[in-house]
Design a protein. Structure first.
Length: 501
């Protein structure tokens, strides 16, 4: 405990510097903004801002990008409650009772409990990360190439199982991501693969190019074709502090939502979206009068909003301790770390403790700033909801192109990003979730490297993955996931969950 307190103190000293506080404020403000404005989302925003982090210190860059992610969970509830449009996918479930409360003149109470529940959940999730970080990092240091390969196999299969939509499409997207990751020079032989004689592809597709095209440009084009029918329900949200009865009804849902979110956030692919749905379903089953849900039950706001914020923050656990991204946002964080020459994994904790603990401490600071931003400035967010999207998107698209060009001063990379944007738009039209593709693209080269290393150490004996106990256990879990998914009951539950989301 003494060691943990010393490490957290070191983290707060790093995170509380004037510069890092400023970047934390910028991150959570941007996160709230893109959460309030439906249609952009944290993945596209972080993808667009990756080039801007090149000139920043590593810790400042990660603090800002992390703030955008969990800040979007706060902002998403504002548009869900006031406009019945979720600014973030994890806030879809909040629309049901949040908007119903707004129609009954209780928008302030709904926004207040969403902010306070999110702050509590974020605080608990930050403590969970701090407590689990050391033991998980020590475990990860025992991993060899075989264990890392098996862990990545488990991560990709779990991401497929928990991906939204068709399983076949999720498998296809993951496979395409793995194939895209193979483009470039083979590390062992020095031979170029799938580069088609294009010099710019000798190092493969840039992470910024792929992510910004698939998520940034594709989302902009898709949103431009939508007909805007937004109408803010009310400009007067009323009293923001929930009453005593609201607190009585909400404290247990907040606790249960925090627990569920902290647990499910670690899972690949699920994260905040799955957490909010599970929390809402649990509250509905435990309620004395389930018929209240959908008509303005405050529990239907408190539980999912606590769960999605806890889930967003505990999704950092696999990234920080194992170096494995569990979702698309964490894959972007891997890209940000690599931009700054940081290899994600357990060695970060020992080699860069100020960065590791500084990022964790910044999450608590960010959550405190979010409460200060969301409650007093609610009038500003309401006014921003009235800004037409057609005025925002040209500027965002220009920002994307300038950002891509600034990385390597290559016009061809801008063309590649536009190509991935067209591909991403087609994926949206075909109802294909692009997140598994990004995970496959990030993990593909790492999987190949660990597979080759394991085979070299084992002198070509493929049974090494089954004879090493930890590797065999991870592969067994992956096989179990596939078997469980075949069960009709599990498949039906999965389909219902994502349909409701």
């Amino acid at each position: 405990m003494t060691e943990l307190l010393a490490q957290l103190t070191q983290g707060f000293e790093a995170a509380a510097s004037l510069g890092n506080l400023g970047y934390c404020l910028v991150g959570v403000t941007l996160g709230t903004l893109i959460g309030v404005l439906p249609g952009i989302g944290p993945v596209a925003t972080i993808a667009m801002l990756l080039p801007a982090t090149y000139g920043l210190p590593p810790l400042s860059a990660l603090i800002m990008l992390a703030g955008i992610y969990y800040g979007a969970q706060y902002g998403g509830s504002t548009s869900a409650i006031l406009v019945n449009l979720p600014g973030e996918s994890s806030s879809v479930i909040t629309c049901i009772d949040g908007y119903a409360m707004a129609r009954r003149g209780r928008a302030g109470a709904a926004l207040g409990i969403a902010a306070l529940g999110s702050f509590f959940a974020g605080t608990v999730a930050t403590l969970v990360i701090a407590v689990l970080a050391a033991p998980l990092s020590e475990l990860a240091l025992k991993f060899g190439p075989a264990e890392y390969f098996s862990l990545m196999i488990l991560g990709l299969i779990a991401a497929i199982v928990l991906a939204k939509g068709s399983l076949i499409k999720a498998i296809a997207m993951t496979t395409l991501g793995l194939l895209l990751g193979l483009v470039g020079t083979d590390v062992n032989s020095g031979v170029e693969r799938f580069s088609f004689g294009i010099p710019e592809l000798s190092d493969g597709f840039g992470f910024v190019v792929v992510s910004m095209g698939l998520f940034g440009i594709a989302e902009i084009v898709h949103n431009l074709e939508k007909h805007e029918t937004r109408q803010v329900f009310t400009s007067h949200v009323g009293k923001l502090l929930p009453g005593r009865e609201d607190f009585r009804r909400s404290w247990k849902p907040v606790l249960r939502g925090t627990f569920l979110g902290s647990l499910l956030g670690v899972l690949p692919g699920g994260g905040a979206v799955l957490s909010s749905f599970a929390a809402y379903s649990l509250e509905k089953k435990l309620a004395d009068d389930p018929s209240r849900f959908g008509k303005g039950a405050i529990e239907g706001v408190a539980a999912p909003e606590s769960a999605n914020n806890a889930g967003a923050q505990t999704s950092f656990i696999p990234l920080l301790t194992l170096g494995i991204p569990p979702n698309a946002v964490m894959a972007l964080m891997v890209g940000a770390m690599m931009i700054h020459g940081i290899v994600p994994g357990p060695q970060v904790m020992t080699e860069r403790p100020e960065l590791f603990w500084g990022l964790i401490a910044s999450m608590w600071i960010g959550n405190a700033l979010l409460v200060l931003l969301n409650l007093p400035l609610i009038g500003l967010w309401v006014r921003l909801l009235k800004v037409p999207y057609r005025l925002l998107y040209p500027a965002i698209l220009l920002f994307c192109c300038v950002g891509i060009y600034s990385v390597n001063q290559s016009a061809l990379e801008v063309a590649f990003a536009v190509g991935f944007g067209v591909l991403g738009y087609l994926f949206i039209k075909l109802d294909c979730e692009p997140a598994p593709l990004l995970l496959g693209f990030v993990l593909g080269p790492l999987m190949e490297e660990n597979l080759r290393r394991a085979m070299l150490l084992a002198r070509g004996d493929a049974t090494v993955f089954l004879t090493r106990p930890l590797s065999a256990a991870l592969l067994s879990l992956a096989a179990l996931l596939i078997v469980v998914l075949v069960l009709p009951t599990v498949r039906k539950t999965r389909d219902v969950a994502f349909q409701e989301n």
